[in-house]
Design a binder for this molecule. Sequence first.
Ligand SMILES: [Zn+2]
Length: 334
Amino acid sequence: MGDPVVPIYASVCLPWHRPVVENILSLKQQRRLPHAILIDTKSDQDGIGFLWHLMTLLLCEASTDISACGHCQSCRLMLSNTYPDILYVTLLYDIKNKKINKNIKIEQIRELIHELQLTRRFDNLKIAAIYPADKMSIQGANSLLKTLEEPTSHTLILLMTHNTGKLPVTIRSRCQAWSLDHPALATSLEWLQQRDMNQAEAELYINYSGGDPQLALRLRDAEYATLVDQFKQQFALYLKNEMDVCKLCSGLVSIELWLVRRLIRMVVVAYCYQLTGLNTKGEKSGTVRKSAAQKILVLASHLDHQLQVEDNNLNLQIQLEDVLISLRQIIIFE
Ligand SMILES: [Zn+2]
């Protein structure tokens, strides 16, 4: 196992990440850096750029403000991804199965622990980063626990994930926790408008993304609004029995899977509100259809699991048909 092409990571620090970076850097300057830090990225978008930025900054010998100098030995080694005292563990590409592993394996964690105990090459921090940390196998998390309990000096363990709830409490409780919260709406809209969106588009996409500007940008690039409009029209025909479920789903399976999941979830959640008589702020706005409400909440709670198929294939078509038949049944007959 191993990645056939080793990616080169680059630093990324978005404006709303600044407070967390400043705080952690300040701890380092005061020599109060904890042995383990857990960062909740809040966004499920790729966070390796932030992780690299933070590590570069912690290692930089001449940082100013929250920017690494870019010239010192540490910065140069970080830029070329060859800093010797960085241990980075992530999901590996499995050549045999031609896909990314689902878990960070115990062997990877054991190797990290072993490396952590070796003498550091430079008179600086040694950093072990695990991302996405929630993907550690149970055994992996258990073996890391001992290291968290008995930390070695001059080392920092950095765990990062957007699913902190999936990490064992025993791990969470041994880390200092930080969170990269989404920015305020005005900041998001301004940031998106600097990226070639007009006000209306920015408002639409920040709404679709649940307040996550990075996701909003990615959805715009995938022309998600067009997909939503098309799907709404077809779904209306399907409800009126003017389009069959097979045709409705065959259009979906050619779309990228993460978009399909998002689209279906959005529709189901919208009906959850409607059938439980609430508006999107959770206030009472209509009549509750009790039986339908109970059934759609069950459907919603199983949705992620049901659509957790791996590829756009026959299996996805079957799962989608199953969900949409149930949804129609609830909306029309319950
Ligand atoms: Zn530097």
